[in-house]
Structure formats: structure tokens, C-alpha cells
Design a protein around this ligand. Structure first.
Ligand code: HEC
Length: 106
């Protein structure tokens, strides 16, 4: 009975804090950033090839901000064709890992 109550409390806590639901792992992100560095650059710097257009710097941004942005692209709340395509293929774990990696890259 007590265990069930605790389970409910935990489920509630997770539901109210979506950004904290999944723990990000910067090490795990190293196998995933290959799909981002072409545009966001190594270590999060601004770059793009073959066309040069402004791409936001990700390095050093708050993980909550990165996750929120990726979720907004995935949900279609933020529109940008390529980022929607990229974010659409990411799981919550992927987003958390990438956010942990980029927030630590300065
Ligand atoms: C084809 C190029 C391209 C690729 C690949 C790409 N991005 Fe982006 N990304 C962009 C551009 C351009 C923007 C700015 C879009 C806008 O104006 O909304 C952006 C925006 C973002 C933002 C919002 C930043 C901000 O300051 O608002 C995040 C977070 C992000 N990208 C993360 C990623 C991650 C993580 C990956 C890899 C899984 C990735 N992107 C792959 C081009 C790319």
C-alpha cells in the first residue's frame, strides 16, 4: 500500500517535471552528435556547409532550453523544416543526452 502511494507520487513528480524525466548522458551523446555537427559545428560553434546561413550556437546553452527547443520542433510548435526533421527522429533520451553534451561544450 505504501509502495503504491510512493509510485503515484513519483509518477506525478515526473509528469510535472518533463525536462527532468530523463537523465541526460553526455557520453552517450557522442554517438548521436554526428547528425548535428554538420550544421551546428564541432563543439557547438556556428557553421554550415555548403551554404552559409546562421545556425544557433548550442554549446553552453542550458540543457532545459535545448530540450525545450527540440521538443517544440518535434511537436511542430517551432517551424524549421530541417530541425523538425532532425528532432522528429529523436527520443526523449536522445534529447536529454544531446542537451547534456551541448550544455557542457563551451
Ligand atoms: C541541416 C542543418 C541542421 C542539422 C543537421 C541540425 N540542426 Fe539544429 N538548427 C539548424 C538551424 C538552421 C536552426 C535554427 C532554426 C530556427 O531558426 O528555428 C537550428 C536550431 C536548433 C536548436 C534551437 C537553438 C536555439 O538557440 O533556439 C537546437 C536546440 C538544435 N538546433 C539542436 C540540434 C541537434 C541536437 C541536432 C542533431 C540531433 C541538430 N540541431 C541538427 C540546423 C540544423
Amino acid at each position: 500500500m505504501q509502495g503504491r502511494y510512493l509510485g503515484c507520487a513519483l509518477a506525478l513528480a515526473v509528469a510535472v517535471l518533463p525536462a527532468r524525466a530523463v537523465e541526460g548522458d553526455a557520453e552517450a551523446a557522442k554517438g548521436k552528435i554526428s547528425m548535428c555537427i554538420g550544421c551546428h559545428g564541432i563543439d557547438g560553434y556556428r557553421t554550415s556547409f555548403p551554404e552559409v546561413y546562421p545556425v544557433p550556437k548550442l554549446g553552453g546553452q542550458y540543457p532545459e532550453y535545448i530540450i525545450a527547443a527540440l521538443q517544440a520542433y518535434k511537436a511542430g510548435e517551432r517551424s524549421h523544416p530541417t530541425m523538425q526533421g532532425v528532432a522528429g527522429g529523436l527520443s526523449e533520451q536522445d534529447m536529454a543526452d544531446l542537451a547534456a553534451y551541448y550544455s557542457a561544450a563551451r
